[in-house]
Design a protein around this ligand. Structure first.
Ligand SMILES: Cc1cc2nc3c(=O)[nH]c(=O)nc-3n(C[C@H](O)[C@H](O)[C@H](O)COP(=O)(O)O)c2cc1C
Length: 437
C-alpha cells in the first residue's frame, strides 16, 4: 500500500479537473442549483443539459422515460425520449455565470446542438461569452422530434466535420465532439470530427432501442398516448457498447485525441474500466438518476483505494493501461486450455450448476443425489464457466488451467439409430448441401 498522497486530478483538453468524474448532459445537469449540489457532493465538472437557441419551441413528450427492469434488478436501463433543454437560453446562460462565479475551480462544459451552421456558431459564441470552459457538440441524440438533428448529424460524417469546423472557427475554448453509438465503426466519424478541429471525443450517447412493449395496449414504452418510438437506451445495459467504442478510439493511431467515456457507469469499478480502456474523464447520467449525486463518493474512495493498493499515485497513469491486453480473437493461445474447478466444502447443494451444464453446456456434471453434490467429469468440461455464473456461492467455482498433456473428450453421446441416419456427404465441401437427422 502506497503512503504517497493519491492524486485524482487529471488534465483534459488543457484544463485541470479535480477528479475524472463529470455529470453528463441530461436532466442531472439541468440547472445551476442542481449542478452546484453535485459539485458540493464531489463531481469535478459538468456537461450542462444541451442548450436550445430559443429559435424552436422544445416540448418534451409525456411521459418522457420508461425504466427497464430485469427480474429483481431494477433500472438495468432507461428508455428516454427527452429532447434538448426546454429552458430559455438566457436562463441557462445566467446559470453558467452563477456556476463560474461560485465554483471557479470546477469545469463547466456547454453542450450545444444547432440546426444550421449559423446556429452552431451562435450557441458556441454565447456559451464562451458566458463562462463555459469547453463545448461539447451533441451530434448524437437518437430521438429528437426535429428532422435533421441529433444522431442524424452524427451519422452524416461530412456534417460532423463541417459543424465542428464552424464552431472551432468561432470560439477559442476546447471543443469535444459527442458521438452516437448507432453506427458500426466510431473511429470514422471521430476522425471527421478531428479534421474539423475537435480537441476531444466523448462517447457514447444513448443507444437506439426499444426496451419494453406494453402487453395490455401493445404500445412500446414510453407510451406517449398510444404511440411508442425507437428511442435512447442508457444505463448498465449499454456499458459493454460504451467500453468497446472507447477502446476502439483509444487504439486508433489516426485519431489520437483525449476521450471522455460515457455509458452505464454507476460505480468506481465501471469508471475505472473506462479509464483503463483509454478514457481520461468519465460522465454519468443514469447512475445518478437511480442513486443520486452521492455515487461520486464511492467513485472517489474506490478509485483512491485501488490506486493506493497498486502504488499508483496519479490517476492519469491508469489511462489506457488495459489496452495492451486487448487484441483480436486470432491472438488467443488455443494450446492452453482449462476447466471449472469446484470447492465442494462451500457447496449448498442447489443443483443449479448441474441443470445448466446438462441443458446448455457439455453434460459434464453428474448429480450425486444422496449427498446433493455435483461431480464434475473433468474431461467433458467445456470451460464455458456457465456453472460459475449461476452458482449462488461466491468463490465456489473457479477456472483452472490444465497441463498441455490434458485433452478434452470431444465425443458426444448420441442415440445410435440417430447416428445411422446422418447423411455424411452433407458435411463434405463438394457434397450436396443437405443434412437429414
Ligand atoms: C433522460 C435523458 C436525457 C438526456 N439528454 C441529453 C442531452 O440533452 N444531451 C446529450 O448530449 N445527452 C443526453 N443524454 C445522454 C446522456 O448524456 C448519456 O450520454 C447517456 O445517457 C449514456 O450515459 P448513462 O448510461 O450514464 O446514462 C440524455 C440521457 C437521458 C437518460
Amino acid at each position: 500500500m502506497s503512503s504517497q498522497p493519491i492524486d485524482l486530478s487529471i488534465e483534459f483538453c488543457g484544463k485541470t479537473f479535480q477528479n475524472p468524474f463529470l455529470l453528463s448532459s441530461s436532466p442531472v445537469s439541468n440547472s445551476a442549483e442542481m449542478v452546484a449540489r453535485s459539485f458540493e457532493a464531489g463531481w469535478s465538472g459538468v456537461v450542462f443539459k444541451t442548450l436550445n437557441s430559443d429559435r424552436l419551441e422544445i416540448i418534451h413528450p409525456s411521459p418522457r422515460m420508461n425504466a427497464y427492469h430485469y427480474g429483481a434488478k431494477r433500472v438495468v436501463g432507461v428508455q428516454n425520449v427527452e429532447q434538448i433543454s426546454d429552458r430559455p437560453l438566457k436562463d441557462n446562460l445566467a446559470d453558467f455565470l452563477y456556476l463560474k462565479k461560485h465554483y471557479p475551480a470546477h469545469i463547466l462544459i456547454s453542450s450545444i446542438m444547432g440546426f444550421s451552421n449559423e446556429e452552431w456558431a451562435y450557441l458556441a459564441k454565447v456559451s464562451e461569452d458566458n463562462g463555459a470552459d469547453m463545448l461539447e457538440l451533441n451530434f448524437s441524440c437518437p430521438h429528437m422530434c426535429i428532422e435533421g438533428s441529433g444522431h442524424h448529424v452524427g451519422q452524416a460524417f461530412e456534417l460532423i466535420e463541417k459543424f465542428t469546423s464552424t464552431v472551432k472557427n468561432t470560439v477559442s475554448i476546447p471543443v469535444i465532439a459527442k458521438m452516437t453509438p448507432n453506427i458500426t465503426d466510431m473511429t470514422e466519424p471521430a476522425i471527421y470530427a478531428k479534421n474539423g478541429g475537435a480537441d476531444a471525443i466523448s462517447a457514447i450517447n444513448t443507444v437506439s432501442g426499444i426496451s419494453e412493449v406494453g402487453l395490455e395496449d401493445l404500445v412500446p414504452k414510453p407510451n406517449i398516448f398510444g404511440i411508442g418510438a425507437v428511442s435512447g437506451t442508457s444505463g448498465p445495459a449499454i456499458k459493454p457498447i460504451g467500453l468497446h467504442f472507447i477502446a476502439d478510439m483509444a487504439r486508433c493511431e489516426g485519431l489520437a485525441l483525449p476521450l471522455s467515456g460515457i455509458g452505464g457507469i454507476e460505480t468506481w469499478v465501471d469508471a475505472l474500466e473506462y479509464i483503463l480502456l483509454g478514457a481520461s474523464t468519465i460522465q454519468v447520467t443514469t447512475g445518478i438518476m437511480h442513486y443520486g449525486y452521492k455515487i461520486v463518493e464511492d467513485m472517489i474512495e474506490g478509485m483512491s483505494d485501488f490506486m493506493a493498493q497498486r502504488n499508483v499515485t496519479k490517476v492519469g497513469d491508469l489511462v489506457g493501461k488495459a489496452l495492451p491486453n486487448l487484441k483480436t480473437t486470432d491472438h488467443f493461445d488455443l494450446n492452453r486450455q482449462g476447466i471449472a474447478q469446484y470447492d465442494l466444502d462451500k457447496c449448498v447443494g442447489c443443483g443449479q450448476c448441474y441443470t445448466v451444464c446438462t441443458d446448455a453446456a457439455g453434460q459434464a456434471i453428474e448429480w450425486e443425489a444422496a449427498e446433493r453434490r455435483p461431480k464434475l467429469m473433468e474431461e467433458k468440461c467445456l470451460s464455458c464457466m456457465l456453472c460459475s455464473f449461476v452458482c449462488p456461492v461466491p468463490g465456489l467455482i473457479s477456472f483452472k488451467e490444465m497441463p498441455e498433456t490434458w485433452s478434452r473428450d470431444e465425443t458426444k453421446v448420441m442415440d445410435n439409430n440417430l447416428k445411422n441416419e446422418i447423411k455424411l456427404e452433407a458435411f463434405t465441401k463438394e457434397g450436396p448441401n443437405e443434412c437429414t437427422y
